[in-house]
Each structure stands twice: as structure tokens, then as C-alpha cells.
Design a protein around this ligand. Structure first.
Ligand code: TRP
Length: 342
């Protein structure tokens, strides 16, 4: 099977639940924005239908969908260059997801670790949507014939399932129709950890706001959280190996590196030997310089609801122009009688 027939197209999705924080910015938004350019067509989606696989308050879901949209634009996404929209407004995602529900096997779904984590002990009481979640995710990607999907390490298993669905569909119908998508994992983006406990991921669900930097934090809040971040009493090492078993030190160095588009090694070659008393103010200054323009632009956009809704509507229209013909061809391949040609 060749993959060369497909135009290079990037797709990724982000759930509009929880507050956007530095981990979302460095691990998702900034990466997605950096992929904008002549090399790929870039399609990014707020996956509101994925969000409701667990309960979401409707007003909060609306607010978060607009907040993620504002975050994307404040982070530098150009809504002319990229396609930005919310999932529910392009019905082809759910239409293709149904077909994929009939391709994917129950056994494949039962192996998904995210389902097990999210469903908790009482899997019988989880929503059917939470179980079927990865088939919708495969549809998100394949309804655009996307070839590259930037995601975090935690989504690797879902991307493998996406590949399995594409392969089984192509095999069952004897056609080379869906691309076998490449995951784009890791790269320069670090895993951003909790500021008070370097062994846990930064998360919007931690009860303490001091554990994370929110994309909506102003300069004072950013500086204060960095000043109060947990560290250890030693000076910074000059090489990355010296960060082993120093999770808090490693996290702050990684954050500095990512914000400054450097590697951790480059940062350490400059700051090795410094104490945190000296390094933290450097990091605070850099973080404020890079993040506070984003938070003020987000705040401005959040006050312009009509502007956001218009960007999303236009994005959905452009997304449908790609997705509708691919769904139509899928229906024809599967044997649905309708408006198609055959
Ligand atoms: N499951 C992803 C997450 O929780 C979000 C997502 C949904 C996604 N559909 C996608 C990511 C398609 C990449 C491609 O982070």
C-alpha cells in the first residue's frame, strides 16, 4: 500500500474541557501553530463531541470551546492558513464514526488504556460513547485523509487503533482508500509537569492553582507561580544527565527550553552552575515575555464572542468541503444507495 497518493495534511484535536495551561500550550497549541506552513495543510478541531463522553455542563462547554479557539488564535494560529472549527459542526465526523464502529472490534476497544483509566472501576456505568471514543477519533482523522497527527504520548494507542481501522477497512473492501496515518509524537515539546510535584503532569484538574500556569494568567500570576515552584537545594547541572532524579529541576529547565525554542542541553550549557535563586527570575522573565501577550490577546478575544463564532463557522465550512466528498466516497465503497454516482 502506498501512502504517496495522499496530500500531506495535519489533523489534531483538543478537548474543550478544563482550563488551558502551559502543558496544553507547549504540548499542543504551540506545536500545532509551528506546523502551519507550506509543507502541510493544517486542520485543528475542538472535539466537543469527545468531551461529552463524560458529563459536561452545557454553558461551561460553550465557554471552553470558545476559550480553546481564543487560545489557538492568541498562540499564533492564522485562521486563514489553518482550518479551525468545532467537531459537532461537521457532521461527517459522526457519520464516518458509525461506519468505523462497524469496522473496529470490541476486543480492540477493550484494550484501550484511556478507557480503563477514565471509566474507573465501574466500567458498566461508563457511557457507551466513552467506549466508542477511539472510533470517533479515527473518523476525525480519516475523514480528512490526514497523513500526520501531532499528539501526546498518551494518544499513541488511539493512533495505532486508527491505523488498524484504516487497514481493516481497506482490506475488507479491497481498496486503498484510507491513509495509514503517521503519529507525530514528542518532538521538541516536553511533558510539562506540576510545579509543586515534578512526578505528576501539569493538569487543569489539580485542586491547587499554584501547580500550573494557565494560559489566562497575567504577568504577576505567572511570575509568582514560578517564584514559588518547588525546586531542590542544588545548583543546576551543565548537562542533561545531571537532571536525572531531579524532576522539579528538569521540569523548569524543559519549560525554559521550550519557551525559548532551545533544547534542554543548550539551556544547561548556559545556566549550568547557577542556583535556582538566579535561574527562577530568568525563567519568570522569559515566561512573562512569551506568555503574557498570549493571555492578553485571549482575554480580548474572549470578549468578542461574535468574532470567535464567525471564525468557527468559517472553519467548519472549509472543513466540510474536504470531509463531505470523502464521506460520500466511503458510502459508495460500503454500498449505500443515495446521491452518489454508482
Ligand atoms: N483524544 C485526544 C485527546 O484526548 C483528542 C482527540 C480527539 C484527537 N480526536 C482527535 C487528537 C484526533 C488527535 C486527532 O487528547
Amino acid at each position: 500500500m502506498t501512502e504517496t497518493q495522499f496530500t500531506p495534511r495535519v489533523f489534531s484535536g483538543i478537548q474543550p474541557s478544563g482550563n488551558l495551561h502551559l502543558g496544553n500550550y507547549l504540548g499542543a497549541l504551540k506545536r500545532f501553530v509551528d506546523m502551519q506552513g507550506p509543507e502541510y495543510e493544517t486542520v485543528y478541531c475542538m472535539v466537543d463531541l469527545h468531551a461529552i463522553t463524560v458529563w459536561q455542563d452545557p454553558d461551561r462547554l460553550r465557554e471552553k470551546t470558545r476559550e480553546v479557539c481564543a487560545g489557538f488564535i492568541a498562540a499564533g494560529l492564522d485562521p486563514e492558513k489553518s482550518i479551525l472549527f468545532n467537531q459537532s459542526q461537521v457532521p461527517e465526523h459522526t457519520q464516518l464514526a458509525w461506519i468505523f464502529n462497524c469496522i473496529a472490534r470490541i476486543g480492540w476497544m477493550q484494550r484501550m488504556t484511556q478507557f480503563k483509566d477514565k471509566a474507573g472501576k465501574n466500567t458498566q456505568n461508563a457511557s457507551l460513547g466513552l467506549f466508542a471514543y477511539p472510533a470517533l477519533m479515527a473518523a476525525d482523522i480519516l475523514v480528512y485523509h490526514a497523513t500526520h497527527v501531532p499528539v501526546g504520548e498518551d494518544q499513541k494507542q488511539h493512533l495505532e487503533l486508527t491505523r488498524d481501522i484504516a487497514i481493516k477497512f481497506n482490506h475488507d473492501y479491497g481498496i486503498d482508500f484510507f491513509p495509514v496515518t503517521e503519529p507525530v509524537i514528542g518532538g521538541p515539546a516536553p511533558r510539562v509537569m506540576n510545579l509543586r510535584d515534578g512526578s505528576r503532569k501539569m493538569s487543569s484538574s489539580d485542586p491547587s492553582d499554584m501547580t500550573r500556569i494557565n494560559m489566562t494568567d497575567d504577568a504577576d500570576a505567572i511570575a509568582k507561580k514560578i517564584r514559588k515552584a518547588k525546586t531542590d537545594p542544588d545548583a543546576l547541572p551543565s548537562e542533561v544527565e545531571g537532571l536525572e532524579s531531579r524532576p522539579e529541576a528538569r521540569n523548569l529547565v524543559n519549560i525554559y527550553a521550550a519557551l525559548n525554542d532551545q533544547t534542554a542541553g543548550q539551556v544547561l550549557s548556559e545556566v549550568g552552575g547557577k542556583q535556582f535563586g538566579e535561574f527562577k527570575p530568568m525563567l519568570a522573565e522569559l515566561a512573562v515575555e512569551k506568555l503574557s501577550p498570549i493571555s492578553s490577546e485571549m482575554a480580548r478575544l474572549m470578549g468578542e464572542e461574535a468574532e470567535i463564532d464567525q471564525i468557527l463557522a468559517r472553519g467548519a465550512e472549509r472543513a466540510r468541503a474536504i470531509a463531505a466528498p470523502i464521506l460520500q466516497q466511503t458510502y459508495e465503497i460500503v454500498g449505500m444507495v443515495g446521491a452518489g454516482k454508482s
